[in-house]
Design a protein around this ligand. Structure first.
Ligand code: ZN
Length: 403
């Protein structure tokens, strides 16, 4: 929970959500004089909480000293929990990678296996970054299963049947002896994509669509990640776009994910191959069938692959167009493995759908682009999940006892 009793704290959190804002923005936002802004900002800079840079913002060319959270006020530890192992990273507050460590495990064996791997991966990442564990006060964790984020419980996990109602947050807090923020891996990836892309910061209302085995989203409102009543906001994957469509793993029919998730795309390709439809993908061993091989075959004109990709792009385009119509964002960024494998087709399809299905004002005011490839982006997002708690800790350390 963000504490903001003092003007300095209000300014700190404003800059937290809007890196590269300038002093004039603060005056307008809080209705305060330039002298008051100056006093408060100087105090925050002197305390080492904010930094001022003269970096130019490319899209506007403005050059006044812009404000950012000092990336060094805390080091962040993130755990990216996957079915076959845990990747841990250490970053600064800006998401710059300082160290990484991985530990394999078979999550199907249960939560204890994941806890053991988490401790091992975290230890390796801290050692790699030459950071003492005592410098970490809170951990960010991304999880692949279906989560009750508010209560920190993994309700279920496809491909790991033993995971039913596992209180994973409490288990990690107990194992590490510190607070844990847990969230969906795709939302973590969206967070990293935003925080590490300065070119996006001029677009305060933005959607980051994450196309992986499922479809996820991070929705930023005025620079801040939208979370919703039970903290699960942005679950685009299970919005129904065709009630007669294929079965989804959630039990409904025709969810976006049932068309555009990589699991669904590969399932469709396998189904077509099993029914005897001619395809160049017959030459690919089943173990090597991936979104990348399917997208490559589609580009070579293979009918089975093309149909699966077209169906995915059409479903995703429809879903994004609905979101653009309702939310009126200024930026949509398409991220994830499908965006990497079939980026050109995705971008064209989503732009086409938005043009065709949205009212003109909404369609005209949104920029749609692909994410640039970034290493370890999902794990970096997990670390950034801890940024708010660590920022709170740094603020409290500076301001407690000063009331
Ligand atoms: Zn579904």
């Amino acid at each position: 929970m963000r504490r903001a009793h003092r003007l300095e704290e209000l300014i700190f959190w404003y800059v937290f959500d809007r890196p590269f804002c300038v002093r004039n923005d603060l005056g307008r936002q809080f209705g305060i004089s330039p002298a008051t802004v100056s006093r408060a900002v100087s105090a925050l800079v002197n305390d080492g909480l904010l930094i001022e840079t003269s970096a130019e913002v490319a899209s506007t060319g403005r050059k006044p000293q812009s404000l950012r959270i000092n990336p060094e006020i805390a080091v962040l530890l993130g755990l990216d929990i996957q079915l076959d192992g845990v990747l841990a990273v250490v970053t600064d507050m800006a998401g710059t990678l300082l160290g990484r460590g991985a530990a394999p495990c078979d999550a199907q064996e249960g939560a204890e296996a994941v806890l053991t791997a988490s401790l091992a991966a975290a230890g390796a990442a801290l050692e790699d970054a030459e950071i003492d564990r005592s410098e970490i006060g809170h951990i960010g964790v991304g999880h692949s299963g279906d989560l009750d984020i508010k209560n920190g419980v993994c309700v279920s996990w496809a491909n790991a049947a033993s995971w039913r109602s596992v209180p994973i947050r409490a288990m990690l807090e107990s194992a590490f002896g510190m607070g844990v923020t847990i969230d969906d891996r795709s939302r973590a990836l969206a967070l990293a994509e935003r925080r590490t892309s300065p070119e996006d910061w001029d677009y305060p209302d933005a959607l980051y669509i994450v196309c992986a085995s499922g479809i996820g989203m991070g929705f930023f409102v005025d620079g801040r990640l939208y979370r919703g009543a039970s903290l699960g906001g942005g679950e685009i994957g299970h919005t129904v776009i065709d009630s007669n469509g294929p079965m989804c793993r959630c039990g409904n029919r025709g969810c976006v994910e049932a068309f555009a998730g990589s699991v669904a795309i590969l399932q469709q390709v396998r189904g077509a191959l099993a029914s005897g439809t001619p395809s160049s993908l017959r030459a690919v061993p089943d173990s090597e069938l991936s979104i990348r091989t399917v997208a490559a075959a589609a580009r070579q004109g293979d009918a089975v692959a093309s149909l699966a990709i077209e169906r995915a792009v059409h479903a995703l385009g429809t879903a994004v167009a609905n979101l653009v119509q309702v939310l009126n964002p200024s930026l949509v960024v398409v991220c994830g493995q499908l965006a990497r494998a079939a980026g050109a087709e995705m971008l064209a399809g989503v732009r086409r759908a938005v043009r065709a299905q949205c009212v003109e004002t909404a369609a005209r005011s949104v920029e749609i682009r692909l994410a640039r490839p970034k290493k370890d982006v999902s794990a970096i997002g997990c670390a950034l999940l801890a940024a708010e708690a660590e920022a709170e800790r740094a603020l409290n350390a500076r301001f407690s006892g000063r009331e």
